[in-house]
Design a protein around this ligand. Sequence first.
Ligand SMILES: [Zn+2]
Length: 298
Amino acid sequence: MILRDGLLGLLLWFGVPAPSSATETAISCSGQPVQGGLLFCTATPGGTLVVSGSKGEALREVPVADDGLATIGLRRTEALELLITDKEGWAPPLTIPLEKRTDPFRTINGLDCDKVDARTPEQKAHAGRSWVKKQDAFGTFHTGQGARAGFIRPSDGPPSSPFGPARKYVGVGKDGKPCESTSVHRGYDIAIPVGTDIVAPAGGTVTLGDPDLYYEGGTVFLDHGDGLVSVFLHMSEIGVSAGDIVQAGDRLGASGNTGRTSGPHLHWAVKWRNTLSDDRGKDFYIDPALLLDLEPHQ
Ligand SMILES: [Zn+2]
């Protein structure tokens, strides 16, 4: 992936000299300043960081944890220059330029139309139940290490489809009629045979373990803390249940070919949720491949 290579030179520290007061911490950020990436920003513990665009428009507010760390997800379409300030006015603002993504557009043919959209009443009811389960899990928050310890690959195997591209699915239904739908690929696909072990890429609390969601198939949600949740789709076996606490490397189940797929693979996605907001519609997915390159925060 081009972005990953380009990022090697971008693992910079941004920062300004510390303020004179011993109790206030200057804002400084490390991590991956690229659209779809993640920033670790240190600031005064217990404060609130305000992320604004280059025109000063406030985009979101992010809490600073007791250890002085704020974990800031970056949208796939984030403004290319961000201003980070603290709401309390304790420290000078920080400007962070972001690297722009260059994701391609892909067309995927040969899909089973009955898997593209829920059509029959039974399919629609199944999709509706699945949606409710996902919303409930996304609305559940646990504390944890977040991204501090970094991420490992959830399974060995070649990456088959990166995060970011828009994909148009084209197929023909049983009635011979064509169908299509377009969506942005918000996960990171690993091509592995059905039955391959899936492990936790970082520690966390399981918030959903379901063998049969309509689009997603066998699904596990894992809340890492700091609002970050990993999503694993199309699994053939679910080895954990909601409430289970796992460490990095613990087995979650096995990969499969369930739900809306065009072949056996693991779809791993990571959602950044704003823990200061009750509006789950403003949460967004970040790029898991970038997380694999993230330096742990000491
Ligand atoms: Zn995928």
